[in-house]
Design a protein around this ligand. Structure first.
Ligand code: ADP
Length: 257
């Protein structure tokens, strides 16, 4: 809603987007892409017009997690713009759809390529653009956050004590940039077996984050074999099982952003 006020300062390609939400983590492998994709499809299910920008140049996950018919981005040669591909109504842009293998680039080059891909895409009218950020809080992330006026950030982490320090870094980066961190997702927090609940990574660092940094929402996402299976199958869990436990958590998260 605040977006039109800044419209003239926005890169042209982003002017038709109402909310840009970063899904961020400080380490790889904690479930950031899983959260980004399922959040996007939940918002779409709620009736929003949604796009996903997979900004992870080194390890783009989007091509595995969704299965669009067209797996290559198209160019509009006259306008010199990129046309996103689409799966189940959600617009998608990823380096994995750019037709190249794993990129070998230095930081400043990566930033340039990310920004170009993001801002020259014809996103059209969107209620939400979900950005699956590259992991970490280095220069690539900072540059991206400076160019894109983010509406909100969601931080994904695992419950280990060690992760707390990393999460704090992420929260500080967003707070410096005046981007509100609306939620922390503590992923892989527990699993149930033989009628018992197990906490393989310990407990408690999420509530510490919420207390210390005043983040309004904390979500516990259990380890769910179906969540990883659906990630590999190209159909997000919230699409495959809209009544499932994960879908309910993503609906609550969707309301926060
Ligand atoms: P990141 O984007 O942080 O690198 P991913 O979203 O790619 O992490 O997740 C890493 C792996 O863990 C993937 O194989 C994914 O399917 C799996 N995964 C993520 N979250 C869960 C979960 N809650 N339960 C089971 N598997 C998960």
């Amino acid at each position: 809603p605040a977006r039109p006020l800044f419209a003239e300062q926005l890169p042209a390609g982003l002017q038709t987007i109402s909310n840009i939400v970063a899904v961020s983590s400080c380490k790889g492998g904690v479930g950031k892409s899983t959260v980004a994709v399922n959040l996007a499809y939940t918002l779409a299910d709620m009736g929003a017009r949604v796009g996903i920008f997979d900004a992870d140049v080194y390890g783009p996950s989007l091509p595995t997690m969704v299965s669009p018919e067209n797996r290559l981005l198209e160019m509009n040669p006259e306008k010199r713009t990129i046309i996103p591909t689409e799966y189940l109504g959600v617009k998608l842009v990823s380096f994995g759809f750019a037709g190249q293998g794993r990129a070998i680039m230095r930081g400043p080059m990566v930033s340039g390529v990310i920004n170009q891909l993001l801002t020259t895409t014809e996103w059209g009218e969107l209620d939400y653009l979900i950005i699956d950020m590259p992991p970490g809080t280095g220069d690539i992330q900072l540059t991206l956050c400076q160019i894109v006026p983010l509406t909100a950030a969601v931080i994904v982490t695992t419950p280990q004590k060690l992760s707390f320090i990393d999460v704090a870094k992420g929260v500080r980066m967003f707070s410096k940039l005046k981007v509100p961190c609306v939620a922390v997702v503590e992923n892989m927090c527990h699993f149930d077996a033989d009628g018992k609940r197990y906490y393989p990574f310990g407990r408690g660092s999420g509530s510490q984050v919420v207390q210390q940094f005043g983040i309004p929402h904390l979500f516990d996402m259990p380890i769910r074999p179906t969540l990883s299976a659906s990630g590999d199958s190209g159909m997000p869990e919230v699409v495959a099982d809209p009544q499932g436990e994960a879908s309910k958590i993503f609906q609550d998260l969707g309301v926060c952003v």
